[in-house]
Design a protein around this ligand. Sequence first.
Ligand code: TXA
Ligand code: MG
Length: 352
Amino acid sequence: MKTLLLKVDSDEPEPQKIHRAAEIIKTGGLVAFPTETVYGLGADALNPAAVRRLFEAKKRPLDNPPIVHVADPMEISRLVAKVPKKAQLLVNRFWPGPLTLIFNRSEVVPKVTTAGLDTVAIRMPKHKVALELIKQSDCPIAAPSANLAGKPSPTTAQHVYDDLNGRIDAIINGGATNIGVESTVLDLSVDPPMLLRPGGTPIEALRKVLGEIRLHPFVESEQELSLNEIRSPGMAHKHYAPKAKVVLVEGQVPEVVAKIQDLEKSYRLKGDKVGILATDETQAFYEANVVRSLGNRKNLSTVAQSLFRLLREVDAEGVDVIIAEGVSSEGLGLAVMNRLRKASGYHIIKAK
Ligand code: TXA
Ligand code: MG
């Protein structure tokens, strides 16, 4: 399959290009597009054959449902059985934006779109290109992140191309995404609501609106959970894993730096090529084959923004091992740490 590349202005997307992409969605095809979090791979959410192709293209297990994207909060009423009061509060405050809500689904949503679950995940993205594409396609768009299953999520059209060229119909290139980690997933089919995936909307902000929110154990888990502990199917699958081995070092900053210096030396003496993912505050302290800063510890949105890109870039340098610094779990840090722990396959070292 030849993948069509459509470069657009991300603020003022050219209508004829969006129209071209929307025609592909309407006829059951697959189009990758930018959102404010990461790039999504879109298909008509109400067309079972199109959604099945989505799983195939990504090599995604069929038990892990995609998120259904809408361009207008009013669209949720036909997709869900009942809109809880709490949903209205959240939608008013956080949509459009990086918050996905889980509802009991209506009969309109095909089984394959929810992987056979009774619930459906819905979000309204805050990105002109995504919103225009959904509107022009005239259907809700099912869109998982536009990476091959198991790889870091794509934050540029180039990442999508590297993973999916020849496997999908089109890629809309609207530049790098702004937030860099995926949306927060909050389950409203239970009460109190439960956070299933930390993401671009901090839990602190959600608690201000809703009060009590439970954290699924997986969110902060430092080890693999067993299957019966899993609510969100995606939790079970291998994620964000570069080719290189990843080691995550957590603790107070001075101890973390000392531990990473030690680790780097021992890997080097073994003959390994080492990459270090440091922070602005610490990168000068390291000598290794590749040293990159994830961003600023006092502004974790910079870390979120570059995390997936740097995992891909350092991996592309052909290192044997990537040693990453842990950061604080506050605000966007909770999402960053969740992704780093998964990327390391829970190879976590506590620096003391
Ligand atoms: O920011 C994002 O959320 C991006 C952009 C493209 O919108 N999308 C994204 O989709 O990250 P994906 O498919 O990579 O992740 C969706 C997550 C998975 O962990 C999946 O298991 C969970 O949402 N999910 C989907 N439907 C669910 C449901 N009914 N119940 C529980 N979890 C669900
Ligand atoms: Mg994904």
